[in-house]
Structures are given as C-alpha cells and as structure tokens.
Ligand binder design. Structure first.
Ligand code: UN1
Length: 497
C-alpha cells in the first residue's frame, strides 16, 4: 500500500480540505506508485497564508545571521541525505542518478551561500548633500513569499527561491510541481529538522491551475517567484501587475549551441550531448538548436548522430543509463507531435524520432534522442520550446549569421559558442542576446552563486541565484538622520550658497 502524504500547514502535516489525493508514479515504470499527495485547493492556501502571517513578525525579528545559521544546518543535512534524496528524486522524476545528485548538490551550494549572506545583507551608507545629515539604506523583509516551482529540477529550483526568501526574513509557501511532490516533501522535512520555526514554511501540494492560481491571487502574498512556461508566467505576471505584487518569472528557453569551423569538435560533441540530452532535454537551459558553420556541418552532424544513437536509454537508477524517461505521457505525446511537425516542415530526421521498442523500456515514458537537420530558421521546430530530447540543426555561413539565428527567437536564456578565435568569442559575448552565454561549454551548467535568468520572454528582468535574488526578496528602506538642529531643505537654494 503506497503512503499517503500531507500538506505542511500551520506547523503540521495535514490532509487537504478537499479530502482528495493524486497519484505520484515513477515515469520509468508506471506500475511503481510512489505515493498519494494532496489535491489541495484555495482553502488550504488561505490557511497556509494565515499561519505564515502569524510567523512573520518572529521570523523578521530573528537576526539575519541566526536565520543563516539554520540554512547552514540545512546544507549539512542535505549533504548527509544527498544519496537518499537523489534516489527518491530519480524515482519520481526520472533523470539519471548523476544528475539528481547534482540537483541536490546545487541545493547544498545554495544553502551555504544563503547562510553566509545572513552575515552580509548589505545596506549602504552614502554621504548626504547637506551638513550634519546622515543617509543610509537597509533591507526589510517583504512578507509571505509564494513560490511555484517546476518538475525538472525539483530540489535546486525550490532552494534558489526559498533560501534567499528565508534569509531575507520572509516566511514561504511552496507549491511544487504535481510531478515531484516527494522531493519537495523531503526538502521541507530537512528544513524542519534543521530547526526552522514550523510556521515559517508551508507546503501546499496540488495543481497549478488551482493551488498555483490561489497563491498568485491571494492578497496576503505580496511576493511571488515562479518558474514554468512562458504562457503561465504571463498569467502570473498579469495578476501580479493588477494586484501590485512583486513577481519574478523564470520561463522558457530555445537555447542554441554554435560550433564554428575552428572549434575543437570532440569537445563540442561532448557539450551538445550533455546539453541536448541531459535531463532528457527537459531543462529550460537545454540545447535545442545546434548552429553549425558550413565547413564542419556534415562531419559534425555525423558525429552527433552516431553518438546520440549510442546513448543508452534506461531507468535513472541503473548506472548504465545515460538518458531517462520523459516526465509523463503528455510530455511524450508532445515530442511525437513535434517530430511530425518537423517532417511536415521539410526538416530531415537524421537520428531517433520514435519511442524505443523492447520490453525493458515498455513501461516508461521513454523517447529516443532525436536529431533533425536542415531545420529552417523561423520554422516551428526552430522557434518553439519543446522540452524533450529533440535537437534541431541549422547550417550557417559565418558568426554574424549564427548570432542572428541565435537571437531570432522569443526566448533568451542561455547560449553557447565553441570557437578557438578570441575575437569571435568576445564579439559573441557582447551580441548573443541571452542572460547566460557559455564559451566552449554547453548551454547547461549554471552555478548557484551567479545570477541565473534570461532576456525577452524568458524572464521579466529578475535573476535567481547569486546576489541579485537577495534584492528581489527584500524591501529597500532609506533613512535620513538630520542632526544639524535646524530645518535643512534638500535641493532648495539658500542665501548662503
Ligand atoms: C533549468 O534549466 O531548468 O544550468 C535550470 C543548469 C542548472 C539549472 C537548470 N544548474 O543547467
């Protein structure tokens, strides 16, 4: 009998108001039921907000270094539990164990960064333009933070949002993806074990269109951080705008790896395999376009296809597997539809393109690593975020054309350029229209202590990770202290001056 899990609201594990649950199954093996999780609704969100609001004054009054100390313990506990959490994550999400270990490691890195930030959270002191007057800024918490996170990086992405929000003094409500509720549960248990006051964290499981929507629309949640599709992000942003909320949106990508004639092709090959087929292509940073300069096009395409065919599909817990399944049936059906669209658009299917045969993989949502060549700039395959193991290859004449193709999409998360020409590298750094550019490295691999995010319809100007996220989760307060003993008027000319 599979376990029934609860929400974590008002300091205890609780059944949802609906009394309904949804099943969480292993995407590599449908008959493996992990557990039943709450199919919550707005009533659970409302209770969570009331509880978090109760916790807020006490948490805000806790010195930031002490808040950071709790996160250091979280980092220690995640380190101890890394293998157990990684295995649970692979079981519910599907990606291979090396990747789920990396996902937990990114949470650990984020915890230690946040812990040390508890001893910084810098404000500024600057000179006043007037005599005997002091001017400074410092940070205050905002209030209850609503965090809505996706399935593909089920530990790191919640920690990117949650740990800075907590260090800045805000209680949090987490709504994890309905595909990865178990990893979120393990994260919340870890925070509680580390000594976080219980009502400072609330976990509400359920569907985006019900629980996510209720969080976005609740007037008691002034700050929202969302990672997901650009379409849903637009709805979150619209509601946030109407309700004067602060909203951080991390959305789609259509990332390209560019390979120039002078590149180290073996290195570029390793990069594209990891970028395109790691996490089965289900990353916002996944390489979904490969832009090749004319002279190396045919040779490199062959190298990619040969290597893609050798990748071994399988359950993520099996150490021989390179590529796990897609997250669910609908995700796989979407890839099937894109393969059809690609063929209709006249692109040439060079490798993969179908569901693997054979008993071993028959109970999971597997799809073969797929490569299309001759993909036309502007076509659907070239423009739309696919979120699966499908790589579109485009041929170009020179760097200027490669940059144009890279930039000519609605998204702008990451890009990668393989070249040995220093001048080209610097030109591309400036002109590639993305939040992150990698030189001689794949489109994935962001580190926790640098800003993460993209331009255009990938984001709305905020960044996660690194230092800017601490600004997102705090209000800046400015204080002027006038100790001159007289009225001094800024900007007003006086007779003496
Ligand atoms: C995502 O693509 O959804 O850069 C986040 C990376 C990871 C984070 C990925 N550190 O690939």
């Amino acid at each position: 009998m599979a376990k029934t899990f609860g929400n974590f609201i008002a300091g205890e594990w609780a059944a949802p108001a609906t009394g309904e649950y949804f099943e969480n199954r292993n995407p590599a093996r449908w008959n493996d039921l992990i557990g039943r999780f709450p199919d919550s609704d707005g009533r659970d969100v409302a209770r969570a907000v009331r509880s978090a609001a109760r916790a807020q004054p006490g948490w805000a009054a806790t010195p930031a270094p002490a808040r950071g100390d709790i996160l250091r313990r979280v980092g220690d506990l995640l380190t101890e539990g890394k293998e157990v959490i990684a295995r649970a994550m692979t079981r519910e999400m599907g990606k291979v164990l090396t990747e789920t270990r990396g996902d937990v490691q990114e949470g650990i890195d984020t915890a230690y960064y946040a812990a040390s930030e508890g001893r910084r959270l810098f404000g500024r002191t600057v000179p006043s333009e007037l005599r005997d007057k002091w001017a400074m800024s410092f940070r205050r918490p905002i209030g209850v933070a609503g965090l809505i996170t996706p399935f593909n990086v089920p530990m790191a992405i919640p920690t990117w949002k949650m740990f800075p929000a907590l260090v800045c003094g805000n209680p949090v409500i987490l709504k994890p993806a309905e595909d990865t509720p178990h990893t979120a549960t393990l994260l919340v248990e870890t925070l509680l074990d580390a000594g976080l006051p219980a009502e400072v964290i609330q976990l509400v499981h359920g569907r985006g269109e019900i629980v996510g929507k209720a969080i976005v629309e609740h007037p008691g949640i002034p700050v929202i951080s969302f990672t997901g599709s650009s379409d849903t992000g637009a709805l979150v942003g619209a509601t946030g705008g109407r309700m004067h909320k602060r909203v951080s949106l991390e959305m789609g990508g259509k990332n390209a790896q560019i390979v120039m004639n002078d590149a180290d092709l073996d290195l570029a090959l390793e990069g594209v395999l990891w970028g395109a087929f790691g996490t089965t292509g289900q990353r916002c940073t996944a390489t979904s376009r490969l832009i090749l300069q004319r002279k190396i096009h045919d040779r490199f395409l062959r190298m990619v296809c040969d290597a893609a065919e050798r990748l071994r599909l399988g359950e993520g817990l099996d150490t021989k597997s390179d590529v796990g399944p897609l997250i669910h049936q609908a995700a796989r059906e979407k890839i099937v539809r894109y393969v059809e669209a690609g063929k209709k658009e006249g692109a040439s299917l060079e490798s993969g393109g179908g569901i693997p045969r054979g008993e071993r993989l028959s109970r999971g949502w597997f799809f073969r690593p797929t490569v299309f060549a001759g993909v036309r700039p502007g076509s659907r395959l070239e423009q739309e975020e696919i979120f699966g193991p499908l790589l579109s290859v485009i041929r170009v004449n020179d760097l200027a054309e490669a940059i144009r193709v890279n930039n000519d999409v609605r998204y702008g998360l990451s890009s990668s350029l393989y070249t040995s020409n220093l001048a080209d590298a610097f030109r591309a750094m400036r002109e590639l229209d993305n939040g992150i550019t990698y030189l001689n490295a794949p489109t994935i691999g962001a580190e926790a202590h640098l800003p993460f995010g993209g331009v255009k319809q990938t984001g709305n100007g905020h960044r996660e990770g690194g230092w800017p996220v601490y600004d997102f989760f705090s209000e800046t307060k400015v204080v002027y202290v006038d100790y001159s003993g007289k009225l001094q008027r800024a900007q007003i000319d006086t007779e003496e001056s």
